[in-house]
Structure formats: C-alpha cells, structure tokens
Design a protein around this ligand. Structure first.
Ligand SMILES: *Cc1c(COP(=O)(O)O)cnc(C)c1O
Length: 830
C-alpha cells in the first residue's frame, strides 16, 4: 500500500504543500481518464505540446487531492488548492518511472519482456493464451508499450500475480534502459527487426542495440537467429555486455544450428505443421495460421514454453488453439438506431476501462448499455473486483448493465447504483431473453471473455447491410492529427475541417474524436452538417462556411458560427439578429485574396471595418482567407501574394475593430510547406484523413480509410466472350471473372472501367474488366486462388486512394467524398 508520503520518499520529491496523507491506488496521466479521485495521484507530465499542470484545476474540482508537479508549477498557485498534496520534482515522467520501478522490485515473480519491431502484442497475447492455466498473469493492456504505457502497465502488478508479460516499444535511443528498470524482465524475447519506425535511429544496428538494452539483466534471451544483423548484434551483446553473467541464448533458426532448430514448415489450407530439433529430439506442433508473421510469432512463443519446461504434449494441444488477437475496437451501426461497440480483445479491468473510454467518446446517444461477461484472472478477490467495476460504470454513466456469467450474476448487490441491471448465467440464457430486452437508440458496448462467445450477441444486434464497407481507423486519425500538431509553432490553434461528412469518413464519429482530443474549432460547409454534429453532442465551436438566409434560425438555435463573405449576406444576417434581439453573435470574416470563390475583396476592407467596428450585433471570432495552390511549388509566388494581401487586410481590420480576433489562412499543405503562414490558427483538412500530396509528409501519415467489398460470384469466360454492358470487356484468353459488390452508385468511378482501375484481391492487383455497373464491377482474376465471398480492397493501405484518383483522373478529395451513404461505415480503434 502506498501513501502520498511514502511516494514522496520514493520519487525524492519536495513537498510544495503537505496536507493529510492519502492512500494511493491509481496513477493518472490523462485527466479524461479519471476514475477514483480520492485514491488517485496525478502526474502533471510536460511534453512538447502539453502542460500537465493545466489540468490540475479541473481534477481538483473533481476531488483529486494528490499531485506530482514540475518546477514550472508556481508556488503562488498553491493557495487555490487548499487541502491538496503537491509533490514537486524536476521531471514528472522520471518520477513516474522511479515509482513504478520501485513497485516492480516488490514482486519476485518471473517477468517476460518482449521487444522487436513487429509482433510484440501478438506474442504477448498468445503467451497469455498459452500460459494462463499455469499462471495468474499481468500484462500490458493492448499495446501500452511506451514511456508512459509501460509504467502504467507495471503499476497493475499485485500480490496475486505469478507471471508478468510486458512489451516495450521505443522510438528513440535512451528510452529502453528506462523501460528495462521498470519491467526488469527475467526472460527476454526479441521478436524481429524491421525498417518501421526508424526515425530516431542512425541505422539498423543502432536500433537493434538500443532494443537489446531491455535484456541487460535477463536470465535468457529468445530470438530468431536468421536475420544476420540481429544474430550478430545478439552474439556481440552476449560476449561484450553480458560476458560472465548467468545468461543463456535461446535461439531458433530455419537455416543453422540453434537451440530450437526448425527442420520444416509445412503449410496446408489453414494450418501449419512445424517440425524442429530440440535437445536431440524431433518435436512438432501445429499452428492454426498459415501466414509467415503468425508462424514466426508462434515459434517465439513455442521457445518460451519449452524454456518453461511445459510438456510437449501440452504445448501441442495449446498451440493448436491459438486464436487471432482482435486488437480493434469497432463501432458499428446496429438495429433500432443503436451503435454497437464490440470489443472481444480480452475481458479484464484495464481493457474494460479502455473500452469504456471509447464508449464515452460517443456522444450520439445519451443512453449507454454495457453487456459484460465474467472477468477472469483479475488477480483480485471477486467482491473487490466487481465493486471497482461498479464504481467505474457509475462514473462513466452507464444506464444499463447486462451481466452474463455465473460470477457476475452473484454480484448483483454491488451494482445497485446502476439504474438498470439484468443478469444471465450464460450467453445462451441471454439469447433466449433477447426479445424481452429492448435495444433502441443507444450505444451498446459488448465486452466478453472469449469463452462467452459474444460474437453471437453482436450478430443479433448488428444491422445486416450491403457488404461493401468503408473502414475508418480512428487511431490513424489521431496519429495524423498529432503529426500536424507537431508541425505547429507554439500556441497555434487548430481548426479541423469536417465538411462533407468529414471528407466521407463519417460525421459525428470523427467530430467526437476531435472533440476528445481537444482541437479548437470545427468547420463544416453547410448549416445542416453543423446541426447534425450538435445533435450528436458536439460542443466545440463550429464554423459554417456556406450559410444561407433560410438557415439563419437553425444557426442561432444550434449556436453555429457563420462565415460572412459579402455585404449582402452580412446585412441579411444583421437584420435577422436585430429582429431576434441578439447581439455579439460570433461570426467569421472571409476574405478573397485570389481564390475567387467566396469572400470580401481587399478594396472592401475600409467599409467592412466601419460596419464591424460600429456594430454590436457581431463578434468577429476570426478573419480568414483560403489559399488556391498552397501544395504547389510552381505557384509559391502566388501563394506569397495571397498571404501578403491577407496580412494587409488583417492589419487594417485589427486597427479599426478595436478587439482581437484570430487570423488564419493555412490549409493542410500550407501547414508544413509555409510555416510562416500558420498565424493564429490552421485549418486542417485532407491531411487528417491520411492524404498529403507532399511525399515526406505523406510518409508520416497513417492510412485512415479502407474501402472493402466482397466477391459475389466467380465465372469462367471463354476467349472471345464479352463481359458487362455494351460488351466492352472481351476476354483475350479463357479467363476467370469475379463480380464484386460495388459500382458507380457506391462512388466507384465509371472512369475506372476496362482495365483503367484495379482492385486488390488475394494478394494481387487485378484489373477491372468491362464497364463498371451501377452496383457491381467485374474483375479479371485469372490464375488467382480466390473464392466467392473473399474480401476485395478497393483502396486502403495496400492500394492508396491517391493511386485510384490518378487512374480516374481526379483528386483524392473527390473519391473520398463520393463514397455513397449506402456504404456502411465501420469505425475502429486498434
Ligand atoms: C476544405 C477547406 C480547407 C481544408 O483544405 P485541405 O486542403 O483539405 O486541408 C481549408 N479551408 C477552407 C476554407 C476549406 O474550404
């Protein structure tokens, strides 16, 4: 048990203010994730773009009394927080590391430490699947493997646990030795090395050597010796760094002599038989996967089990039952206007908390239901476990809990503060009562341990639709947002463009995420779009770029801020506001500096300034202009011209209006191509959705949208026969043709007919044959091993929307926004 004062000693803090000592059970780094205020210690971490102490007020008001702050926190501020404890340290992140390293030392249990470029999370989860019969295991929730993810993971260790499995990921030198002190692994696994995330490293050798620092104290290191760089680095590490230590190398190899020498890897349709030589005996196991990455991950796990002396028979049985690790949290449309989040990743209290955070980002329905199974292997006593869960559910405003399983059913009592509770002893039991439980206009989170087979419940709840889906990776949106934020000069605000259904990627779902990440402004094209966002619970300020007279009343009703672009519009809105008795209504002034679309001209400025300066009807929030060609070097002179003209307009308005407002002109491309144009705020559009036509910026972005469909039928067509309307596609030889469920009505351009467009099927790009139809398209899949029902990627990671737009002679903006609303959107978090 920790108290504020014991922690002060551990992290060597100065008391800035000492009040009554508290028991500390929870560490908080992100104010949005507060659960148990009275037992929480908040670390006010400072990063490039965040200042943790800004959140202290909010947390204090919610009852948090214990804070770790850095030297930037002024002593004068203390008087505002009577009764709170303030521990001051040089560096709050280092203090967090010290505390969690101390915590780790209190447990003398085996700990597996995993690093490498790929496969860390899978190996960790598979080891959990393979070992949870023998051990009570603590592990990182999802892939919490960073400088803050690892300490939070290690903090969970308690006296019930008999094994820890932690992964560690680094993006720059010097990070691993810190993580090593926190994890202190006794068994090491190096999964592999790839080129990904090389940014912070000089070369591959340095990257490997940095990662190896996780193993400076392990008793064993498990690794594949087939990559020469890895093998050499590890051999050198063993002789130079670990020389003389009790340290074993446990290698596996398909090529050379190794501790586990792989003799053969035989793949059949959906399983792989791996045979190996181990301690002079031939052993084997069957893995229910056939892709190379899974085989590599499974062999790494196999080595651990052998090292732990689990019997061959048992290993073989368990390996056969390895299951896919579903790392995504998906939001789907369900029956009766419900939204469904199905999280089958694992059912433990940490992943439950993560899923509940995701749930609380969803504002579209006010009603929230959680369907939860028994929680297995928590390392806590049952009563405490479910009491904690009940408190969390209450915090997160869950209106209805449906508990499934014998254990949770026994704990009815502790959930008495949840408005509606229902309990069932099994999933089958629930299914039988399904029709008596009404699901209507609410968000439903499904969280079940695998044995409860909650996929049966998600089938009942989900809406059955057209099998073409647009998948939207919400983590990628967040990642892209951060990439652009990193480009911003200090203090620059960010307006996110969510017009046209967030460039086709969804309305409130994206806006919810942006609100969660605290962007400063949203912008939509039309009032209706803004109304939809308000109805879904978006409270951020919203600018409407093309408001018209008929929508003035909804603008005001929903507190939407119009762009004023002409004197005519200005006086119409002024009249409307006057009649309604409204003053100081927030508006945005658009200036045309060369785009020649909407906006006041430079010569209008004097007159405009007088109108605005003398009117108490409007409050000018911002003045802005739009660049016509910020992405193109050949037009940089023109862009500079626009910018100068804009600055002149702003200066004039500033001098006349008498109060300050924001000035902004930069869209996605200008953010990094013209840094000096960031001014007070930038307007981020297409970049958020993963597209930037600057190649170095593009490389830093993650793919957001994947358009997928399926094959409805496969036909054999003889040489000379034709395919589709107008007989445009003629088979030059005997061919196999797949018909897929997407056509121009879905937004697949007809310009991609007759071989112009290609789709990704069964690992290859295949051409469209014949004309694209309204609802279907035919592909030439001759020679490929694919089947009816197989997935087809129209664009995504493997085939970029940019390529598609080039083929169709258009731009990614048009393809993205053209995907019809009948294509179901599926949102997920990894
Ligand atoms: C759409 C739009 C943007 C965003 O442009 P991107 O190129 O997508 O970043 C910015 N400003 C205005 C006025 C827009 O209409």
């Amino acid at each position: 048990m920790y108290t504020t004062s014991s922690i002060a000693g551990i992290i060597k803090a100065n008391w800035l203010q000492q009040s009554s000592d508290a028991t500390i059970e929870h560490i908080l780094l992100d104010s949005r994730k507060l659960l148990f205020p009275d037992k929480t210690l908040f670390f006010a971490l400072n990063g490039e773009r965040r200042n943790g102490s800004l959140f202290i007020r909010e947390l204090y008001d919610k009852g948090v009394m214990n804070f770790v702050v850095e030297e930037d926190f002024s002593e004068n501020a203390i008087i505002n927080f009577p009764g709170a404890n303030f521990l001051q340290v040089k560096n709050a992140l280092q203090a967090l590391h010290l505390l969690t390293a101390y915590h780790r030392k209190a447990f003398n249990i085996p700990v597996i430490g995993i690093t490498g470029s790929n496969g860390k999370t899978i190996v960790k989860e598979w080891l959990y699947q393979l070992l949870h019969d023998e051990y009570t295991i603590v592990r990182n929730p999802k892939s919490y493997n960073s400088q803050i993810g690892v300490p939070l993971s290690v903090w969970q260790i308690n006296s019930q646990h008999t094994l820890g499995i932690f992964e560690a990921g680094i993006s720059q030198p010097d990070e691993m030795q810190r993580l090593e002190k926190i994890i202190e692994p006794t068994i090491g696994i190096f999964t592999n090395i790839g080129q990904a995330h090389s940014e912070g490293f000089l070369n591959i050798r340095q990257k490997i050597n940095e990662k190896l620092k996780l193993f400076i104290n392990t008793g064993v290191l498990i690794y594949c010796a087939d990559n020469p760089d890895v093998n050499e680095a590890i051999t050198t590490f063993a002789t130079n760094v670990r020389n003389g230590d009790a340290f074993t190398l446990f290698s596996w190899s398909k090529k050379n002599q190794a501790t586990l020498q792989i003799l053969s890897v035989e793949k059949n349709e959906d399983q792989t038989l791996v045979t190996a030589n181990y301690q002079e005996a031939v052993i084997n196991c069957v893995i229910p996967f056939v892709d190379d990455a899974s085989i590599e991950n499974a062999i790494n796990c196999w080595c651990v089990l052998l090292y732990l002396k689990i019997g061959h028979q048992l290993i073989a049985e368990r390996m056969l039952h390895l299951r896919n690790v579903e790392m995504r949290l998906e939001l789907k449309q369900g029956m009766n206007n419900c939204s469904i989040i199905n999280d089958s990743y694992s059912a433990d209290i940490n992943s439950l908390t993560i899923a509940l955070d995701f749930l609380s980002q969803q504002q579209q329905h006010s009603s929230r239901t959680l369907i939860l199974s028994d929680i297995l292997q928590s390392g806590k006593n049952v009563k405490d476990l479910y009491s904690d869960i009940a408190a969390i559910l209450q915090q997160k405003n869950i209106n209805r809990l449906i508990g499934i399983g014998p254990e949770i059913s026994k704990q009815k009592e502790v959930f008495k503060n949840i408005p509606n509770c229902f309990f069932f002893s099994s999933t089958n039991d629930f299914k039988q009562q399904f029709h008596s439980l009404h699901f209507y206009n609410e968000t439903i989170l499904l969280k079940g341990a695998r044995v409860f087979e909650f996929e049966q419940i998600s089938h009942l709840l989900e809406q059955k639709v057209h099998q073409t889906v647009l998948e939207i990776n919400l983590n990628a949106v967040t990642h892209n947002l951060k990439e652009y934020q990193q480009q911003l000069n200090p203090g620059v605000k960010l307006m996110a463009m969510v017009k046209a259904f967030s460039y086709g990627s969804g309305g409130f779902e994206i806006a919810n995420l942006l609100q969660f990440h605290k962007v400063d402004y949203l912008a939509v094209a039309y009032a209706d779009e803004g109304v939809e966002l308000r109805k879904a619970g978006i409270t951020l300020p919203i600018m409407v770029m093309n408001a018209e007279e008929t929508t003035f009343d909804v603008l005001v009703q929903y507190n939407l801020e119009p762009e004023l672009f002409s004197f005519n519009m200005l006086s119409l809105f002024q009249d409307y506001l006057e009649k309604s008795g409204i003053s100081y209504y927030p508006v945005h002034i658009k200036i045309d500096t060369g785009m020649h679309r909407l906006g006041f001209e430079q010569q209008d400025m004097e007159r405009l300034a007088i109108v605005l300066a003398t009117s108490s009807i409007f409050k000018v929030q911002s003045v802005f202009s739009h660049l016509a060609a910020s992405d193109s070097a050949s037009h940089d002179d023109f862009t500079q011209l626009q910018f100068r003209s804009f600055m002149q307009c702003c200066d004039l308005l500033k001098s006349k209006i008498g109060y300050s407002f924001l000035c902004h002109i930069a869209n996605t491309s200008a953010i990094h191509r013209h840094k000096e144009m960031q001014l007070d705020m930038v307007r981020l559009g297409i970049g958020l959705y993963g597209v930037d036509n600057n190649s170095s910026m593009q490389q830093r972005l993650k793919n957001v949208t994947t358009l997928k469909t399926t094959i409805s039928q496969i036909k054999k067509v003889k040489a000379g026969e034709s395919v589709g309307y107008s007989r445009k596609g003629v088979a030059v030889k005997d061919s196999a043709i797949a018909t897929v469920r997407i056509g121009y009505a879905d937004g697949y351009p007809r310009a991609l007919s007759n071989g112009v467009g290609k789709m990704w099927v069964g690992g290859s790009l295949v051409p469209v044959i014949g004309n694209v139809c309204m609802d279907m398209t035919m592909l030439d899949i001759t020679g490929l091993n694919v089947e009816e029902g197989d997935d087809v990627v129209v664009f995504g990671e493997v085939l970029s929307v940019n390529d598609l737009s080039v083929w169709a002679d258009t731009i990614p903006y048009e393809i993205l926004t053209g995907i019809s609303q009948r294509v179901k959107r599926v949102y997920y978090e990894e």
